[in-house]
Design a protein around this ligand. Sequence first.
Ligand SMILES: [Zn+2]
Length: 286
Amino acid sequence: MTRRKRKSHKNYFGLAAVLIVIIIAAAAIFTLVSHKKTAEKPKPKTKVATSKKPKEKPVPKDPNPVNIPVLMYHSIAYEKNNELRVPKEKFREEMQVIKDNGFTPITLDDLYSHFTNETALPPKPLIISFDDGYKDNYENALPILKEFGFKACAFVITCQIDDSTDFMTSAMLKEMEANGVDIECHTVTHPHLSALSYDKQLVELRDSKTKLEKLLNKKINYIAYPYGSYNSDTVKLAESLGYKMAFTTNEGPANKSQGMFTLDRVYVSNANSVDYFKKQITGEVQ
Ligand SMILES: [Zn+2]
C-alpha cells in the first residue's frame, strides 16, 4: 500500500510539474506572440506607404532652348558632283532621322515668338529651310514634307518666279504656302549684298519683299542673305524695311545672341552622309 501511496504521490507531483511546464510554456508563447505582434505593427503602415506609386512628374517643356538648328537645303534632286542638290531619297531618310530622334519642325514665326517673347517651344525644335526656290522643292520635297506632316520654309529669289523652268511658279509658291511651307525672301537677283551700294541693297531687299507680299497676300517678315553675304548696311536696311529676322550661312544652330538679323544656319550638303546629318541636328558636329 505504502508503495502504492507513494506512487500516487509521485503521480500527483508529476502532473503538477507537467502543468507548470505547460503554463510556463503557454506564458512564454503568449509573450512571444504578443511581442511579435507589436513588433509587426508598423509593417502594414510601411506596406501601405510602399504600395502607393510615387507621383510621376510631368516632363517639363524646355521653355528656353538656347540653340535651334535652322537647316539650310537648296535643291532636292540628284546631280552628280553637286553637293547643293540632295536627292529626294536621301531627303526622305533625313526627314526620318528628324522624326526618329524626336525633333519637331517649327515655323519661323514660332522661332521669332520664342526669341522675342520667350514663348515655349515643343521639345527638340528645328527649322527646315530651302534657299533659292527651286522647282524641285515643290515637286520632290513637298510630297515628303506632307508625308511626315512637317512644316518648312523657303527663301525664294523673286526675279525667277514665273520666269524660269528651274524655279517655282506663282501657283507653286501658293500651293507650298497652303501646305505648310512658309515662303519668305531671298532678294530679287541673288547678289553678294556686301558688294553693293546702300541704294542697290535697298532695291534688292525692298522690291523682293513687296513682290512676295502682293503675290501671297501676306506680310513677309524674314529674309536669307544670298551666299550669306551682308554688311552693316544690310542689317540696317533689313530692320528698317520691316523684316523681323534675317539668316546668314554662318555654320551652326541659331541663337538669339547672334543678333536677330545675323542668325546662323546648319548647311545640309549632299557631300555628307545621313549619319553626319544626324550629328548635325543633335549638335555632335557643327
Ligand atoms: Zn541662295
